[in-house]
Design a protein around this ligand. Sequence first.
Ligand code: NDP
Length: 332
Amino acid sequence: YREIQLANRPEGTPTDSDFNFVEKEIPTIDTDELLLKTLYLSVDPYMRGRMKDQKSYVAPFELNKAISGGIVAEVIESKSEHFTQGDIVTGSMDWAEYNAVEAKSVQKVDPSIAPISTRLGVLGLTGLTAYFGLLDIGKPQEGETVVVSGAAGAVGSIVGQIAKLKGAHVVGIAGSQDKIDYLINDLGFDEAVNYKDANFKEAFQKTIPNGVDVYFDNVGGEVSDAVIMEINRNARVVLCGAISAYNNPEADIGPRIQWKFITTSSMMKGFTLGDYAHDFKTGAQDLGKWLQEGKLKYEETITEGFDNTPKAFLGLFDGSNLGKQLVKVADP
Ligand code: NDP
């Protein structure tokens, strides 16, 4: 079988040559271990940070070792009393067609609740990120204006819908007309604006007659400058991601508009999902309930084939994905 290793630490935007496909022998497993066949694999923007040799909240990927991330897999062989062949599980594993793991490092997936791929999106890391970042830091109140950037992506699309559930006026910012149409027509956002349009700033300002109370930021950079200029008194700016800067060889200097926070008594707070590990169950229950009640919709962009994993990852940086970007590696 094959695994995908990090061949180089990319300078700027990564390319195919930064990934190396390496042949491996299927491993044997010991007591309390599982042999897993990868079904779905998640590609995520934060992985770009792990390709740099820098100190962060997760260790960097090592050169010439497998890249790892969220995977949904099928148990092919079990030497654990808690799992049997055919079980579907999820966890963080190597980007490989097969993985041998400790049984305690994965969780069972119940295929009757929702399609198993959702455990890598709306019912997994990205859904939970939207849930905790928005509700714990953003704290949207009825009638307030919530703006979300990266709005048609995995996190952003869920943020906007939860904000709607809380009775907010919701404005999404995304990078294509198709995405704008999707946000308004399919997800029920009140307004959506394309940040690539020449008149973005003016168009955005028209969507927020009452200013901005909550800004859920997935992208950073100039888009965020435009939003932060419009924040109201006691606004909450949720720093979730800054994808516009991930491929910059040099760090951006900032924040640039502190005075806006001073003069409006607003706050800006960053987080990583791990901050809420103690509460994942609550988040997953609420998200699952909203999904089953039809209050929450989700989209997945599924790239077929393990070979196309680097392509799917690189697509995150040019906006090829709508909703959660996944790779389908095999059928159960
Ligand atoms: P997405 O599904 O949103 O995919 C990334 C999207 O970012 C693309 O579709 C693209 O959409 C947009 N994008 C790419 N480059 C730029 C750019 N230069 N300027 C503006 N937008 C850009 O990914 P996720 O939902 O998984 O992640 C969204 C953000 O949340 C990321 O920044 C990620 O790092 C962060 N995150 C943070 C977590 C945390 O714990 N704090 C956990 C998970 C994610 P478009 O077509 O609109 O440009």
